[in-house]
Design a binder for this molecule. Structure first.
Ligand code: ZN
Length: 270
């Protein structure tokens, strides 16, 4: 039994890949759910399995360019779930490896995005903190006071640097693909794809996405109400459009949730 377990990520609970299935526990005992990669099946399994699994309990914290970074346990889980659906699975690559490579690529890409915000904020004399949480990342600037132009540049820098990363990785992949191993080529594909898609989705002009925050900085605080109305309209439009085009519900669900959040804020104006 133990031989089937590959420790993929590090969580306070634990995330383990077993024959391409992802299993999640809290405190290493209570099972929340498990899922087989790509097929979307949920099923239960005996807890006895877990007694053999080695699960490390940790929240990762480090500094990069002097900026504190915290990676919360659920960050790895959501990436692994996305990776089980979208990771490069072609050829002979073992699915656990493919998901692990997707997770690493996603973590690098999202960290670079947040560093774009954080380093620009730091340039404007703020003291940023980066947190990678369950549904992505955030760069926060406690006590910072930015002008509207500074805010706009700080927000734009995240998607901008991420698109740049995606383009550079794509160029390297395109030029040297034949010399790379299957795993490394798959990793690079994940890295540029995640970077471009993540950046573009973040540029949708809906609050609180980067695109929405940029639009707000352009419109200004006096037009907050109008901004929220525009944001709600665009959120619904993009949710429907993206669903019709991609048939994939995650981003549309987020957009509708943002529309609801914006609507709640709008109601407080009355
Ligand atoms: Zn961002």
């Amino acid at each position: 039994m133990k031989r089937e377990v590959t420790l993929l990520g590090i969580l306070h609970g634990g995330i383990v890949l077993r024959n391409g299935c992802i299993l999640v526990t809290v405190t290493g005992e209570l099972q929340i759910f498990l899922r087989c990669g790509g097929r979307g099946e949920f099923f239960a399994e005996s807890l006895a399995f877990w007694k053999n699994a080695s699960i490390i309990v940790v929240m990762i914290r480090f500094r990069i360019f002097g900026i504190p970074v915290e990676i919360q346990p659920w960050f790895w889980l959501i990436l692994a779930l996305l990776g089980s659906d979208f990771g490069q699975k072609g050829g002979n690559m073992n699915e656990a490896l493919a998901v692990a490579l997707f997770v690493i690529a996603g973590a690098i890409s999202i960290l670079v995005h947040e560093l774009g915000h954080a380093l620009t904020g730091k340039y404007f004399k703020a003291q940023p903190i980066i947190v990678l949480h369950s549904f992505g990342g955030v760069a926060v600037f406690p006590y910072a006071k930015f002008t509207r132009m500074q805010s706009f540049l700080m927000i734009a820098a995240g998607p901008a640097i991420q698109i740049l990363l995606g383009m550079i990785v794509w160029a390297i992949q395109y030029k040297y693909q034949s010399q790379f191993s299957e795993a490394f080529a798959g990793f690079l594909d994940d890295l540029w794809l995640v970077s471009i898609i993540w950046a573009i989705l973040n540029l949708i002009p809906v609050s609180p996405l980067d695109g929405g925050q940029m639009l707000y900085q352009i419109m200004g605080p006096k037009r907050r109400r109008l901004f929220l109305q525009v944001s709600i309209g665009l959120a619904i439009l993009f949710a429907v459009g993206l669903f019709l085009i991609t048939r994939f519900p995650i981003m549309p669900i987020f957009l509708l949730y943002y529309a609801y959040q914006n609507f709640q804020e709008l109601r407080n104006f009355r």
